[in-house]
Ligand binder design. Structure first.
Ligand code: NAI
Ligand code: MG
Length: 488
């Protein structure tokens, strides 16, 4: 589709398409399960399609693992934990993890393209954010693998055993890296299940892990749906569950493991607040708000989906926001100019559409730029909702799409009260010129991560996780490592 057709807005200009090539990628027509260092057929014989949500074309078929396959993978992980990985010296473990990081870096372009095709996220982000950050997590935890006694001084450090890991579709490769890298560094073995709509980069990671020469059974990758995830959670011989996904499934997992001695880290939903005070540099703030909610189509657990702006500058900020979102380029995620790519699945697009209807029915004022969406594939316009109440469902519930609600406040206390009035507590953003205001707000906001005059910045050394219904446990940094060890 010509760029002109996509963007008819007055404030935009036409770009020539700048398509990333997919000619260099190597995708098999069909993927089996990666168990015990081998590709094995699923015991049910069943496979399912994974598609490109930007054009609905089938990319590949992947196996649907059932409880028998899960059992096979857990047994392989246990065997290699006892027989090989726990006996591998920390320095050797570190070398393997470095090797994974370097091989991923060498194949970075292939990973980025496959991520974009499978998930619908824009190539600029897969290329500049997802893949480099995933590599950096492996590099970072490789560094800890042979320094565990310095990470936890004066303690005896032991691995937990077999880790069951279940990842979502919004950052498929990055979430796999967040989970696998610290698990291996601490000496655990892994059974990982990627999300059903985005299994391909985890399968490519299995290839990298294989090429890195990891002993069989140390990492096992099983594709499938919720039933596969549940079979991992319910397996008696799994010592730890690491889950990122919806709060609903997080609660199911928590119930399923209660009464067992399985450890868990749950990274769940969010409804994070971005707060603009009147002394903030407004253009910079608007850019950060746009990045906070429209980055990755709003498919970000810590998306800044609620904006609170001080009344004296509200009108100005809303005008600037409307202007800015009118210049966002929506379209083919493989085009390097695209700002907003495809919604990950029809189900997710239906959810977002449902919430847009709810917002309108609740009496909110909606703004969407005057742009034309591509005809095939799942796309959604960037959407602003003004005149919303604190009790509105679109203010309280996670939408997981490019939808921003905007509320105003007069005093800082009012902003804090409103920002904290949600069942979630994953992240928050503060925009002000004054350091003292940043410290005041940061100490009173109930959120696991707080950014000041920036948003959505990640680093492997920095822990990430939530308060309240956003889950518990931390990933990243030393905290992320401690979730995979027993300290004596
Ligand atoms: P989901 O929570 O169902 O899926 C996440 C992962 O859990 C997938 O790998 C899925 O196969 C697996 N899973 C599903 N049911 C399971 C079960 N009973 N036991 C074990 N594993 C299970 O998320 P879904 O349905 O794809 O998205 C629904 C909503 O969840 C989104 O609209 C969004 O609000 C939220 N979400 C939040 C994410 C986050 O990063 N916190 C990521 C993805 C979705
Ligand atoms: Mg897909």
């Amino acid at each position: 589709m010509a760029r002109k057709e996509i963007n008819k807005s007055k404030v935009t200009w036409d770009y020539s398409p700048a398509m990333e090539s997919s000619s260099h990628i190597n995708l098999k027509k069909k993927y089996d399960l990666y168990i015990d260092g081998k590709w094995v057929k699923p015991s049910s014989g069943k496979y399912f399609d994974t598609i490109n949500p930007a054009n609905k074309e089938k990319l590949s078929e992947v196996a649907h693992a059932n409880d028998k396959d899960v059992d096979k993978a857990v047994k392989a992980a246990r065997k290699s934990y006892k027989g090989v990985w726990s006996k591998t010296t920390p320095a050797e473990r570190s070398k393997y993890i470095y090797r994974i990081a370097r091989l991923m870096q060498e194949r970075a372009r292939e990973f980025a393209v496959i991520e974009t095709l499978d998930a619908g996220k824009v190539i600029r982000e897969s290329r500049d954010v997802d893949v480099p950050l995933a590599c950096n997590h492996f590099f970072y935890y490789a560094g800890w693998a042979d320094k565990l006694e310095y990470a936890f001084p004066n303690r005896k450090v032991e691995p937990l055993g077999v880790a069951g890991q279940i990842t979502p579709w919004n950052f498929p490769l990055l979430m796999a890296a967040w989970k696998i890298a610290p698990a291996l560094a601490a000496g655990n073995t892994v059974v990982l299940k990627p999300a059903e709509t985005t299994p391909l980069t985890a399968l490519k990671l299995a290839e990298v892990i294989h090429d890195a020469g990891l002993p069989p059974g140390v990492v096992n990758i099983l594709t499938g749906f919720g039933d596969t995830g549940a079979a991992i959670v319910d397996h008696d011989d799994v010592d730890k569950i690491a889950f990122t996904g919806s709060t609903g499934v997080g609660k199911i997992i928590q119930n399923a493991i209660s009464g067992t001695d399985k450890k868990a880290t749950l990274e769940l939903g969010g409804k994070s607040a971005n707060i603009i005070l009147e002394d903030a540099p407004l253009d910079q703030a608007v850019e950060g708000i746009v990045n906070g909610i429209f980055f990755n189509q709003g498919h970000v657990c810590c998306a800044g989906s609620r904006l609170f702006v001080q009344e004296s500058v509200a009108e100005k900020v809303i005008e600037k926001l409307k202007h800015r979102i009118s210049s966002l380029v929506i379209g083919d995620p493989m085009d390097k100019n695209t700002d907003i790519g495809a919604i990950n699945s029809k189900e997710q697009l239906d959810t977002i559409d449902k919430y847009i209807k709810i917002g309108l029915a609740e009496g909110a004022t909606m703004y969407q730029p005057d742009c034309v969406l591509p005809k095939t594939g799942y796309f959604c316009k960037p959407t602003l909702f003004m005149d919303v109440a604190q009790s509105s469902r679109i203010v309280q519930e996670e939408i997981f799409g490019p939808v921003l609600t905007i509320q105003t406040f007069r005093t800082v206390d009012e902003a804090i009260q409103k920002a904290n009035n949600t069942p979630f507590g994953l992240a928050a953003g503060i925009w002000t010129d004054k350091g003292s205001r940043i410290f005041n707000l940061a100490s009173k906001l109930n959120a696991g991560v707080i950014w000041a005059n920036t948003y959505n910045k990640f680093d492997p050394t920095s822990p990430f996780g939530g308060y309240k219904e956003s889950g518990y446990g931390r990933e990243g940094g030393l905290h992320g490592l401690s979730a995979y060890v027993k300290l004596k």
